[in-house]
Design a protein around this ligand. Structure first.
Ligand SMILES: Nc1ncnc2c1ncn2[C@@H]1O[C@H](COP(=O)(O)OP(=O)(O)OP(=O)(O)O)[C@@H](O)[C@H]1O
Length: 337
């Protein structure tokens, strides 16, 4: 099912939480909403599910306005940050609870529970109480319960934030697999950029209640529309300058700027997209930080300073003269401001 949020605005008291939010998620795709704490991510999920009513705008599912449809009629699965299982019920009973809405009992319910135990890879745990399984297993049960009534849309609110990085990665892979197998349309809220880059078909960046950019992970990372989006996705270098007749002029030198309109622009480049040339001379290594897998150097001249990331051991020394290479394909120009 396709989700289309149109011009959604939401206030709590005098505070405007969401302003003219437009989000489209195609059927069978996973969109993640990435934003800082308090940006309004959960509020968007609550509006899609019907737990909260927007002040303005429409929630469209497959072309139908469901803004006035009650929560229980929407058949949308919702997985919360913590699993929220019923502690006095077994794993099987918790999943069965998800079927209440469908009024499935007997053999049909048993068959569906069996399918879900297999899908979430938790077979053998059905008779255990939630206190007798791990945090990761509890979250699998919560996902099984949300999927029990066969929703075509699944909303996930930072579902893996309490898990350790390895488990978090595994759960992400499992969600991708389930999403594809069941052709689910998923909206996934996170404030972890790596998680969103790894999982999503599309990412929507929410800054101060507005969608700053919505695009593929590659474009969000490599072609951010603003400094705020660029910084949200990781370390970056910004170089101010001017485009004139297909050339960008700056303190860093001149670069080809084919198809760029003339005017004041900012050149954006990620630290790992710059290469250090040991044969060159025009820059100096000013500092360096070893991060284990990678080394981050500050490299500069009197006029300009850049972060450069290399993989592996430290091979350049502070004070060493080097050159820098800027592969043309990695250069992205943005409007100033
Ligand atoms: N029921 C409510 N009444 C008043 N204010 C609320 C209510 N629910 C949320 N808020 C406020 O709305 C803002 C957005 O909340 P929301 O939970 O959507 O943010 P979020 O991006 O999901 O944050 P986090 O990443 O911390 O979960 C916050 O400032 C929050 O305090």
């Amino acid at each position: 099912m396709k989700i289309d949020l149109q011009n959604i605005t939401k206030k709590y008291g005098e505070d405007k939480i969401l302003e003219d939010v437009n989000i489209q998620v195609k059927e069978g795709r996973l969109l993640s909403i990435l934003g800082a704490s308090g940006a309004g991510k959960t509020t968007i999920l609550k509006i899609i599910s019907g737990l909260v009513r927007q002040d303005e705008g429409r929630v469209m599912i497959d072309g139908m306005d469901i803004s006035d449809c009650p929560v229980e009629k929407r058949n949308i699965g919702y997985v919360f940050q913590s699993p929220l299982l019923f502690p006095h019920m077994t794993v099987e009973e918790n999943i069965r609870f998800g079927l209440e809405i469908k009024k499935w009992h007997g053999g049909r319910a048993k068959e569906r529970i069996g399918q879900l135990l297999k899908l979430l890879q938790i077979e053998g745990l059905e008779k255990r109480m939630p206190s007798m399984i791990s945090g990761g297993q509890q979250q699998r049960v919560a996902i099984a319960r949300a999927l029990a009534p066969e929703p075509e849309i699944l909303l996930m609110d930072e579902p893996f934030s309490s898990l350790d990085p390895t488990l978090r990665y595994e759960m992400g892979e499992l969600i991708k697999e389930i999403q594809e197998k069941c052709n689910l349309t998923v909206v996934f809220v996170t404030h972890d950029r790596n998680e969103s880059l790894a999982l999503s078909h599309e990412i929507a960046i929410l800054i101060d209640g507005k969608i700053a950019q919505m695009n593929s992970p590659q474009n969000i990372y490599n072609k951010p529309c603003s400094k705020a989006v660029a910084q949200f996705m990781g370390s970056c270098n910004f170089i101010s300058g001017k485009v004139e007749g297909g050339t960008f002029y700056s303190n860093l030198g001149e670069f080809k700027a084919i198809n760029e309109q003339d005017g004041e622009k900012t050149l954006f480049i990620r630290p790992e997209q710059i290469r250090i040339d040991g044969e060159g001379k025009e820059f100096i290594i000013k500092s360096c930080k070893s991060m284990g897998k990678e080394v981050i150097y500050t490299v500069g001249t009197e006029n300009v300073e850049l972060l450069v990331e290399t993989i592996g051991h430290k091979i350049f020394e502070i004070g060493q003269h080097v050159g820098l290479l800027f592969p043309q394909g990695n250069l992205h120009f943005m409007m100033n401001g």
